[in-house]
Design a protein around this ligand. Structure first.
Ligand SMILES: Nc1ncnc2c1ncn2[C@@H]1O[C@H](COP(=O)(O)OP(=O)(O)O)[C@@H](O)[C@H]1O
Ligand SMILES: [Mg+2]
Length: 250
């Protein structure tokens, strides 16, 4: 059965898009057909990580939400451009980068249409997993996506600005009935003690930690111009992403 997996955080810049892309590539390397939907309509970005240049598909998620196309018509197979051969496939449904298309949805949109789109994408693209890259914070559209997800990765940085809001996200997601929720700590300063951090997070949020991802100079240097796990398959972060991928499928 196909899985819907959301990647969310309370604040922006925590690493949602990079983690989503890394998970997608990890699943595809294992032979899965993976869809990725960029629901961060206000600040789309994951298309850059997948190397989508000027060759954009004729349609975007915005067109689908506006009733101008079917969702699968907004999907593009990113696998050939990823630079390594993968057993599976990665399809991206990007959000539009056109200002007019972004502003059109600032007041929100029909979340029912979005959720219908998930089911259609899974069926029409024959997906094993659908990953949802979200807009940060507590917004109606994201909470709806979370509520239909089989698994949720909640990303936070070890930063006091993230802690309280993350507790709210975890609490609401639990009430929304998400079965499989895991925490991901990202951009961890190199001098923090990882075992201690894991214990603290699991105690504070009563939620398993799926990955502890240190701040990485390689990730900084990559600058979202590629998928980290494909560029650095033997890096400890790639091993950690693999473990996270397994936990999200469990
Ligand atoms: N572990 C890490 N170490 C260093 N930089 C990171 C790490 N994770 C993400 N980044 C960088 O942080 C920035 C924001 O990441 P992104 O995935 O776009 O976050 P979000 O989607 O949550 O806004 C990017 O420039 C990315 O390269
Ligand atoms: Mg993002």
């Amino acid at each position: 059965m196909s899985q819907i997996i959301s990647v969310h955080s309370f604040r922006g810049g925590t690493g949602k898009s990079n983690t989503t892309a890394n998970l997608a590539a990890t699943f595809a390397a294992q032979g899965m057909r993976v869809g990725v939907v960029d629901t961060d309509i206000q600040s789309p970005g994951i298309h850059i990580i997948f190397g989508m240049g000027d060759q954009r598909p004729p349609h975007s998620l915005n067109d689908y939400l506006n009733g101008d196309c079917r969702i699968e018509e907004a999907a593009m197979d990113m696998t050939p451009g990823l630079g390594v051969s993968l057993k599976g496939r990665v399809f991206l449904i990007p959000s539009s980068t056109q200002i007019s298309q972004i502003t059109r949805f600032l007041k929100g949109y029909d979340v029912g249409v979005l959720v219908d789109g998930y089911e259609q994408a899974i069926k029409m693209l024959n997906l094993d997993a659908l990953l949802i890259d979200t807009h940060p914070g507590l917004n109606n559209e994201t909470l709806m996506s979370v509520s239909v997800s089989d698994a949720l990765a909640v990303i936070l940085r070890p930063d006091f600005q993230d802690y309280q809001g993350t507790a709210v996200i975890v609490d609401i997601s639990r009430r929304l009935g998400v079965q499989n929720m895991v925490l991901v700590a990202n951009k961890i300063p190199l001098n923090l003690h990882l075992d201690q951090l894991r214990t603290n997070l699991e105690t504070q949020y009563r939620c398993p930690v799926g990955a502890l991802l240190p701040h990485s100079e390689e990730m900084m240097a990559l600058g979202s111009e590629g998928v980290f796990v494909l560029r650095y398959p033997n890096h400890p972060i790639s091993a950690e992403i693999k473990r996270l991928a397994q936990m999200l499928l469990a």
